[in-house]
Design a protein around this ligand. Structure first.
Ligand code: NAP
Length: 502
């Protein structure tokens, strides 16, 4: 199960030598852990995982803010090989997901191949091998590199005048400071995305005053949360065959409503919009506040928020929605353009993530020393969200242009892993040393995506969002996710060059 003792000759071909390939995985979040388990089950056991932090868990390690929960149903947001009858709620809370990840990693002996505190700094393709450098380690040689870094992990700090002068406590939501109590404090939060909605919903009751700085209102649908009973959990434990049905049920719900709305289905899009408007009308009695909270763009253009606590919280007496723009940050608080100083003890920065980086700032050099950051130039692209021409034996899980949004990233990762393992098996059978997507295949796939994406709600909805990249277009899979699942079932090997040259 562990790593191979011997380091392969740089010029050897694992498939010809009949040895298992050396595989490096970057990141020990849900994707990286899932990759270790799936690869081992397929017989690929020589794996090393490089994790930048001192713990595994990715998103669910970094995000520890109050109210953190997943808005994808628990039975779908689980590994298919490790269904969990003990999920306490229909939508799991962050700490429970983190515990589940740790449980899976332990049960499947993943930790034996994880190197913690090991940020990868450089990966260089020296055909047919990759050399990988990570802090605290000698450079290592691998046959394959799998980047499993996720998308939302580089905090985006706003460029606001005077931000460093604030004399209270200030932190980004993904760097929550547990040593700071919010109890009885004057708290400000910049941003009104999914993260902010959950925090405002969770903490407003206990703070003295909550100021929410909104640049753009977001569409918010209620979260149909439900606590599972002990009886239900024991039924599930006794009937494990129920799990795939439950997972499929929730998947079907998301695919038939939300997923359709995002790619331009007007009927589904309006249904969601009406649900949000009804919720707003019910939960926010003040007409002026309601007007400020009503978006002027289409629902599902930005990532739809599912949260039932935000509207009641922002309507409470100790909360204020500030819609005047931020002029600057001063030692005492935030100055808005109307001249008012909003005095604060704690400032929470809920301004999202830098989404175009993936495994960067690690330097990634492909064939002919081409650097990935230059190839992407702020607008990352990939074939089937996994591979890039000129970067042989390099795979991404949850790479650019994938079907992210309100879907289960675990199910996407598992689909991608199945696809990647088919390629590895093919290499083994063909005794191939390298695999790389063909340039023309990559170009026509991306051209088709670019043509399709213009009619999605992300593009036509009249909003700006983290989905839009430097080119001004959404960096997402533009078709219905069922097409993604279907196309990824069986690899069309003609899309790739398999070379026996070692
Ligand atoms: P986000 O959706 O990108 O929202 C960032 C917020 O900060 C927006 O309201 C944005 O305003 C505002 N903002 C950014 N820069 C600003 C500036 N300079 N001045 C003022 N306001 C600024 O980030 P997020 O809420 O952290 O969520 C990111 C993603 O994480 C979500 O879309 C979702 O995919 C995922 N997530 C999921 C869950 C869940 O499952 N429940 C929970 C949290 C996060 P504008 O709208 O005007 O740009």
């Amino acid at each position: 199960m562990g790593q191979a003792e011997s380091i392969p000759d740089i010029n050897s071909c694992w498939a010809k030598d009949g040895r298992t390939p050396r595989i490096a995985i970057v990141g020990a979040g849900l994707s990286g852990i899932g990759a270790v388990i799936a690869l081992r089950q397929a017989g690929y056991t020589d794996i090393s995982v490089y994790e930048k932090a001192d713990k595994i868990g990715g998103t669910w390690r970094d995000n520890r803010y109050p109210g953190l929960s997943c808005d994808v149903p628990s039975y779908w947001y689980s590994y298919s090989f490790e269904p969990n009858p003990d999920w306490s709620h229909r939508f799991s809370y962050g700490p429970e997901i983190f515990k589940y990840i740790e449980f899976v990693a332990k049960k499947y002996d993943v930790m034996s191949v994880v190197k913690l505190n090991s940020p990868v700094t450089e990966m260089t393709y020296l055909g047919p091998k990759w050399t990988l450098k990570a802090e605290g380690h000698e450079a290592q040689i691998f046959d394959f590199v799998i980047s499993a870094t996720g998308i939302l992990h580089h905090p985006n700090y706003p460029d606001i005048k005077g931000i460093d002068s604030f004399k209270g406590d200030m932190f980004h939501t993904a760097r929550w400071d547990d040593s700071v109590s919010l109890e009885g404090k004057r708290v400000g939060i910049i941003g009104t995305g999914s993260t902010s909605a959950q925090i405002v919903g969770a903490v407003t009751k206990k703070v003295k005053h909550m100021s929410v700085f909104q640049r753009t209102p977001h569409w918010i649908a209620p979260l149909p949360q439900k606590k599972y009973s002990t009886l239900w959990k024991s039924v599930l434990r006794a009937c494990p065959w129920l799990h795939p049905h439950l997972s499929n049920f929730y998947k079907g719900q998301m695919l038939s409503s939300f997923a359709k709305a995002t790619i331009g289905d007007v009927v589904e899009q309006r249904k969601i919009e009406q649900l949000c408007l009804d919720t707003l009308a019910k939960d926010v009695p003040d007409a002026k506040l309601r007007a400020k909270l009503t978006p002027s763009y289409k629902a599902t253009c930005k990532r739809l928020i599912f949260c039932s606590d935000f509207y009641p919280a922002i309507s409470s007496d100790n909360a204020e929605l500030v819609t005047d723009s931020i002029e600057g940050i001063e030692p005492e608080g935030i100055r808005t353009t109307d001249g008012r100083l909003h005095e604060l003890d704690v400032l929470i920065v809920a301004t999202g993530f830098k989404v175009s980086e993936f495994m960067l700032p690690a330097k990634v050099f492909g064939e002919n020393k081409r650097e990935l950051s230059e190839v992407w130039d702020g607008a990352p692209r990939a074939h089937r969200a996994m591979t890039i021409p000129g970067f042989p034996n390099f795979w991404m899980l949850e790479g650019p242009t994938g079907p992210v949004g309100n879907l289960s990233l675990i199910s996407i990762t598992e689909t991608q892993l199945g696809y990647m393992i088919q390629c590895l098996d093919n290499m083994k059978a063909e005794k191939a040393a390298t695999v790389v997507v063909k340039q023309d295949v990559f170009e026509s796939f991306n051209k088709a995506m670019a043509e399709a994406v213009v009619s999605t709600t992300w593009a036509t909805g009249g909003c700006d969002s983290w989905y839009i990249d430097k080119t001004g277009t959404p960096n997402l899979y533009p078709w219905h996710p069922s097409r993604f699942y279907e196309e990824m079932q069986q690899v069309d090997f003609s899309e790739y060059e398999f070379s026996q040259q070692a």
